[in-house]
Design a protein around this ligand. Structure first.
Ligand code: MTE
Length: 376
């Protein structure tokens, strides 16, 4: 049931807004992260400094692109974003240091410092990629924010931010800045182009065309996406998969196992995933499995991973897997299978799609249509 929990780096989804920065040995030797702005002790850290000055930790974290499941909206109305199926989501063991420890070291100026702005080393047409976090979140170790240099025990792949990136658990992937060069502590949120013009969840009366060139909507902080919303997907069967179902089964008790994933944001745990075979008339409770818990039970420390630091934490930063055995005879009568996740704050997936200009945060009930081939 835990198979597939950790995604190998080469299968982890990738989302880059431009070319991947080339980091050769010379660049690597001189790579620094400048922490500056409203701090008492501005410091430029080398990678070696970070590794030697702070506790090394490993956390399993699921990254999800805000556009995960966007394709479902794009087929209804083309949005400002490209298609993602339900696979804009992956999980890795991220190794690095707590951002909170680094902030503690540089000492943000009380009363003035409010935001932590990250900037990446990629060059994009409108300047480098950058975005920010509230300082109160970034300074809270419980939020698990990391400056990470390894993924599944190996140095980051270039696509995933080599040599160092930010990992923001429980929030959309767009906040986890790759190829990290600078951290500025500021009174203001990030002014980077894509902090405003990306990862926004705009009101639904705005069509993609109406939203495209209207800066006031994009600059309004109310529409900035941070935490993930509750979501799920069905992996077995696949959409439009043909299931072979016998008209007169020799064994009427034969079962089929429906499977999928679910996640929520802000450290909230998925508490149930319900499944319907009759378009919402009746629902059944699936079994939810959190492989992340196995890491919670591990007391682990070594040179590569540092400490697996989950034991005291009651938040969840990973996807879970759900499954439900249903009689094949019940599937024979179904045309559509629906899944609905509910998290511990009772947030649940809506029945209808919230069509929005960027098609982000699509979390309506996940539906697959099944085809059936009758066998003797
Ligand atoms: N950081 C930089 N510097 N440049 C980028 O284009 N893309 C962001 C984020 N960090 C991006 C970035 C987006 S939109 C996502 S979803 C995640 O990286 C994806 O991380 P991954 O490619 O490692 O899966």
């Amino acid at each position: 049931m835990s198979a597939g929990f950790v995604t190998p780096a080469h299968l982890h989804f990738v989302r880059n807004h431009g070319a991947v920065p080339r980091v050769d040995e010379g660049t690597l030797r001189t790579w620094t992260i400048r922490v500056h702005g409203l701090v008492q002790r501005g410091t430029t850290f080398t990678l070696h400094d970070l590794k030697s000055m702070f506790q090394t930790v490993t956390l399993p974290v699921t990254l999800v692109c805000a556009g995960n499941r966007r394709k479902e909206q794009n087929v209804v109305r083309k949005s400002l974003g490209f298609n993602w199926g339900a696979a804009g989501v992956s999980t890795a063991l991220w190794t690095g240091v707590y951002l909170a420890d680094v902030l503690d070291y540089v000492r943000p100026l009380k009363g003035q410092a409010k935001h932590v702005i990250f900037e990446g080393g990629d060059s994009l047409p409108n300047g480098p990629y950058g975005t920010s976090q509230r300082l109160s979140w970034a300074a809270n170790k419980e939020k698990g924010m990391l400056l990470a240099w390894a993924m599944n025990g190996l140095p980051l792949e270039p696509d995933h931010g080599f040599p160092i990136r930010v990992i923001i658990p429980g929030q959309i992937g767009g906040r986890s800045v790759k190829w990290l060069k600078s951290i500025e502590i500021s009174a203001q949120e990030s002014q980077h182009h894509l902090h405003f013009w990306d990862n926004k969840f705009l009101p639904r009366h705005l069509s993609p065309d109406a939203a495209r060139d209207e800066p006031s909507w994009w600059q309004d902080p109310k529409y900035l996406i941070t935490e993930l919303n509750v979501n799920s997907a069905i992996s077995h069967p696949a959409h439009l998969e043909t299931l072979e179902i016998s008209r007169e089964p020799k064994d009427p008790s034969r079962m089929y196992t429906l499977r999928g994933y679910a996640y929520s944001g802000g450290g909230r745990r998925v508490s149930r995933v319900e499944v319907s075979l009759d378009e919402g008339a009746t629902w059944q409770l699936s079994t939810v499995n959190y492989p992340e818990d196995q890491y919670r039970d591990m007391a682990y420390a070594d040179e590569v991973y540092g400490t697996l630091d989950l034991t005291e934490r009651d938040t969840s930063f990973c996807w879970c897997f759900w499954s439900l055995d249903v009689p094949v005879s019940a599937l024979a009568k179904a045309n559509v299978i629906e899944a609905c996740a509910v998290d511990e704050s009772m947030n649940m997936q809506p029945r209808d799609m919230y069509l929005n200009a960027t098609s982000m945060m699509n979390n309506c009930l996940f539906r697959v249509a099944i085809l059936k081939k009758e066998t003797e």
